[in-house]
Design a protein around this ligand. Structure first.
Ligand code: CA
Length: 424
């Protein structure tokens, strides 16, 4: 897993009217990750793409609730990362569609050991296009430094060995197009080179990545009644975000409410499970790529939400925060996924009720949209959003989400203390 940090250079932050209060974290999912000398896709119909040179911190072992004072003990070393992106018109979220095209995350070529880099906060990053330096910056200018990032991220999610944190891209992104050769360099590191290619060349050249972690996408504000409940307009384009693999838990498990927060709520949702590798799928054929359906409870800790930079990983990718199940029901057994009642109960009391017919963007639309830029593989999932009816839950609450024909997904909320006694 690679976690990115947006807006982590002081010169860029100082130009913002409403700078983020906490690091803006995002995920680069499996379909984006590729290696040194591999092709990087310049999608058809897009004028240019932009490289994003970053230093990436590679974890040595499992890291959970790490104090910043000992953070470097958990670091194996460093490597280079290139956070390719479409040109961003705003830093809102940041949007999955700009960052998650297939091949948009070259990493490597090797991990340089921690001892070989005397000061990771004094590394000059350079991005070369066809041999000319076009963008550079130094990690001296980081807003959030490595120990702070590790402390913050591991306060809510577990990092495993070889997970990487791409700590930030210096300002001044440049445009590149098919035919360009892009190299990220830093003193003490072997360079990371990518060949930017057309859609056709990419299709002819690529080999599928080995099966890795499941990619789990979710939708914000996909029910108009829920959007109005939060005083938002229903969106014109799907508001997608990614969830870390460790945020998923099973049926009849527990999820943790952090101490001292004001508002944590459930979100009962229909989840589409991909059945076949899907790339550039047309809406009319989209349902052929569905393998089945299940239920998610996409809990959110609202205290951690910053509306403009939402939803940050701290809100939605916490360890064990997303119950999934109780099982995957094959699509043959679900006559119409767009006519299913969703009900959420807390301690047996009905709190949330809706119907999948009220989705703003239906399943074929979502599959066409997502696969226009990301390849989805079997068992990747899309959680399709929640209807109206949110309310606070506290330790001890039994929360059940029921979807017609898919069963009932049960979960109990526990305190931080109880969570730790179960998990550490
Ligand atoms: Ca949700």
């Amino acid at each position: 897993m690679v976690i990115g940090v947006a807006l982590n250079f002081a010169s860029e932050m100082s130009g913002l009217a409403d700078p983020p209060k906490t690091p803006v974290l995002f995920l680069k999912p499996e379909n984006t990750l590729t290696s040194h000398l591999a092709p990087v896709l310049h999608p058809d119909g897009v004028p240019a793409i932009q490289p994003g040179p970053s230093l990436a911190v590679v974890m040595a072992r499992r890291a959970r609730r790490v104090d910043r004072k000992v953070a470097f003990d958990f670091v194996k070393g460093y490597t280079l990362f290139n956070d390719f992106s479409l040109k961003e018109t705003s830093f809102f979220r940041p949007p999955v569609r700009t960052k998650c095209f297939d091949s948009f995350g070259p990493l490597g070529p090797t991990v340089v050991s921690r001892s070989a880099i005397p000061d990771p906060h004094d590394v000059t990053l350079r991005c070369l296009v066809n041999g000319d330096v076009r963008q550079q910056g130094t990690t001296r200018d980081l807003v959030w430094r490595i120990p702070e990032l590790i402390e913050l991220i591991t306060s809510f999610m577990t990092l495993e060995e070889d997970d990487a944190i791409a700590i930030g891209v210096p300002p001044g992104r440049v445009d590149v197009v098919a035919g360009d050769r892009v190299t990220v360099e830093a003193d003490g590191f072997p360079g990371l080179t990518s060949h930017v290619v057309t859609e056709r060349e990419y299709r002819d050249s690529r080999t599928m990545p080995p099966p890795g972690q499941r990619t789990f996408l979710a939708l914000g504000l996909n029910y108009a009644d829920h959007a109005s409940e939060l005083r938002f307009q229903a969106p014109e384009e799907p508001l997608l975000f990614l969830k870390a693999p460790g945020s998923v838990t099973g049926h009849n498990q527990v999820s943790c409410r952090p101490d001292g927060v004001e508002m944590m709520h459930y979100e009962g949702e229909l989840v589409v499970v991909i059945g076949r590798t899907a790339s550039k799928v047309k809406r009319s054929e989209a349902m052929d790529y569905v393998g089945g359906y299940t239920i998610a409870n996409d809990y959110a800790v609202r205290d951690y939400l910053e509306n403009y930079y939402r939803p940050n990983l701290r809100v939605k990718s916490r360890d064990g925060l997303t119950p999934l199940g109780p099982c995957i029901v094959e699509k043959e057994h679900v006559a119409n996924p767009h006519a299913l009642e969703i009900r959420t109960y807390v301690n047996g009391e009905l709190r949330q009720q809706g119907n999948t017919r009220d989705m703003v963007f239906d399943i074929p639309f979502l599959l066409e949209y997502v696969t226009s830029f990301m390849t989805l593989r079997p068992f990747d999932m899309i959680s399709t959003g929640t209807p109206k009816g949110l309310s606070n839950v506290v330790p001890g609450d039994e929360v059940e989400v029921e979807i017609e024909g898919l069963g009932r997904l049960s979960n109990r909320i526990v305190s931080e203390k109880d969570w730790r006694s179960l998990h550490e």
